[in-house]
Design a protein around this ligand. Structure first.
Ligand code: BV8
Length: 250
């Protein structure tokens, strides 16, 4: 039972002031948003590895937009879960706290996280192919596919990072800065295979941080993590928070 394994983590957190959290699609699974590589994963049903690329967009912008519009519909109906809410609460628990996410669903901010680093962009943001301007639209479904820039009429693309595209320099820089300046990094709900995000826990460990993995399944990170909690984020994170509060107010 996970409860019995929390001792070493609580002892570690007792002497920790700087905590970072890196999340992947698994943290949103309990909100009903399909992960990428699980049985019901997005990549399985919609040939997504061919859809989340500049080539796919070049080939068939409307098809790619139909996929994103479908995902916006699912995400628009989803609510943050206990995992998102616990991470938001940790902003007030630890003197120094930072959040980095690979997710584009915006659920961390809806749960109250103030300044997540969104490594791969945000599905609610659209970018003009001609002007590069970024606007936000929560319209579900989008009135026209592909959507056009209200300013210049050019096509808009999702403001997300596709495979084969570089992450925004300053975003990646900030993610590495946060990873290198924490004492504990929780790595929650990621298969830890997408780079450069997957190298952030390694950067944290290289700077002396302890790595705590929260995931029902093993990942390439599991064997080097200092602590591993095999279970769902929506169950494990609130349990940790409950124990932390009990320690503060015995
Ligand atoms: C780049 C936005 C270079 C779009 C995404 C070989 C080696 C190393 C790298 C590469 C390589 N071949 C190719 C590459 C590069 C490639 C890459 O890493 N490929 C991987 C597949 C090998 N990376 C890139 O292309 C990146 N760019 O490298 O650019 C460059 C440099 C200069 C100039 C030009 C180019 C860009 C990567 C970003 C791609 N965009 N998303 C969209 O969403 O539509 S990535 C996508 O995958 C999501 O962002 C997602 O977050 C991310 C990672 O997946 P996970 O989040 O981990 O999700 P997954 O389903 O895999 O896992 C879920 C986990 O949750 C599982 O472990 C499961 O057990 C767990 N779970 C399930 N339920 C729960 C749970 N955990 C907790 N609680 C639960 N309830």
């Amino acid at each position: 039972m996970i409860e019995n394994e929390l001792g070493p983590l609580l002892a570690l957190l007792d002497r920790t002031t700087r905590v970072a959290v890196l999340t992947g699609s698994g943290i949103s699974a309990e909100s009903g948003i399909p992960t990428f590589r699980g049985e019901q994963g997005l990549w399985r049903q919609f040939r997504a590895e061919e859809l989340a690329t500049p080539q796919a967009f070049e080939r068939d912008a409307r098809l790619v937009w139909e996929w994103y519009d479908w995902r916006r519909g699912i995400i628009g109906r989803a609510e943050p879960n206990e995992g998102h809410r616990t991470i938001s609460a940790w902003q007030e628990v630890f003197p120094s706290f930072s959040l980095i996410t690979q997710n584009i669903d915006g659920l961390h901010e809806r749960a109250g996280s103030r300044d997540p680093v969104e490594l791969h962009g945000n599905i609610w943001k659209l970018r003009c192919l001609r002007e590069g301007t970024v606007t936000e639209s929560r319209e579900v479904p989008l009135r026209s596919l592909p959507p056009l820039c209200p300013g210049c009429g050019a096509m808009l693309r999702p403001h997300v990072v596709w495979f084969g595209e570089a992450l925004e320099g300053r975003v990646l820089e900030e993610a590495f800065r946060r990873s290198a300046s924490c004492d504990v990094m929780f790595v929650v709900g990621t298969s830890a295979i997408v780079h450069p995000a997957a190298s952030l826990p390694l950067a944290a460990a290289d700077s002396g941080a302890k790595i705590v993995e929260v995931n029902p399944d093993p990942t390439p990170l599991s064997r080097t993590a200092d602590l591993v909690f095999r279970g769902k984020a929506g169950q494990i994170l609130p349990l940790i928070q409950q124990k932390l509060i009990q320690k503060l107010r015995p």
